[in-house]
Design a protein. Structure first.
Length: 261
């Protein structure tokens, strides 16, 4: 039925008979299923290889603020990684959950008792979305000009996944928890400028090999020479239009792919 078994993780707060029955039903339909408790570290470990997450919301969660706090953290983790778990809960407590954890409102909610055929439709939808996104290269934009960074992100969003941070140290912090295929780095920024950020990236083993292209608003021969002396993978003038930018990025990734063959 599938090219491979899709990996589904069910986050639960109690390993009940109903949860175990759902696990069996999913396995019978060809899914590889992991049952985990509301453990943020377990969620993070599964993010890379799991196609779809399901959060099974028992009503008892609402009376335990510690569990609600952990649910907040789990939702933040999913949001930061562009993932949309499927919720399964009681129709009568749906509004209460939305009130306590507003982030749940943007997710698919399925009422208990769950209709397995409908659940599988939602799983396939989410798995398809994740597969599509995984096929895109990721680009981190580090620029203190939010309007310019947003414009660049919108220009390339159809072809690439993007993330924007507004200064160098935020970029370093983001890279401590996430991966990217290319950094578009503003050359001139207050406090920590582009060259200093590049130096910091090259000093750390986890980030030393990430390709970097400088974004620069100055196109004189002398300024370009200074940029290239730092040995980035290239530079992009801020006067570059959308078509030129997309061509530059495509040429870069095409050359990188040929090198890796």
């Amino acid at each position: 039925m599938y090219e491979r078994e899709k990996k589904v993780a069910v986050i639960t707060y109690q390993f009940s008979v109903v949860v175990k029955s759902m696990e069996k039903g999913l396995k019978d339909q060809g899914y590889e299923v992991s049952l985990i408790q509301d453990d943020i570290n377990a969620v993070k470990e599964l993010l890379e290889d799991t196609d779809v997450f399901i959060i099974y919301l028992q009503d008892s969660i609402l009376s335990d603020m510690e569990i609600v706090k952990r649910l907040f953290l789990i939702c933040d983790t999913f949001h930061d990684n562009g993932r949309n778990p499927i919720l399964i809960g009681n129709y009568n407590t749906q509004a209460s959950f939305y009130g306590m954890v507003p982030a749940l409102k943007s997710l698919v909610w399925m009422n208990r008792p769950v209709d397995m055929s409908m659940l599988m439709i939602e799983i396939e939808k989410e798995a398809k979305t994740v597969t599509t996104e995984r096929g895109k290269r990721h680009i981190l934009i580090i620029d203190d000009d939010p309007l310019y960074a947003k414009m660049v992100s919108e220009w390339i969003a159809y072809f690439y996944q993007t993330e924007i941070v507004s200064d160098g140290m935020m970029g370093i912090s983001w890279l401590a928890k996430n991966k990217t295929d290319l950094i578009l780095l503003d050359y001139e920024m207050p406090v920590v400028d582009g060259p200093k950020v590049l130096e910091m990236l090259r000093m750390h083993p986890d980030t030393s090999s990430i390709p970097v292209m400088f974004l620069t608003g100055i196109g004189t021969r002398e300024s370009i020479a200074r940029v290239m002396d730092l040995k980035p993978q290239g530079y992009i003038l801020k006067s570059t239009n959308r078509d030129q930018l997309l061509k530059t990025l495509k040429d870069f990734f095409d050359k990188q792919q040929l090198k890796n063959r």
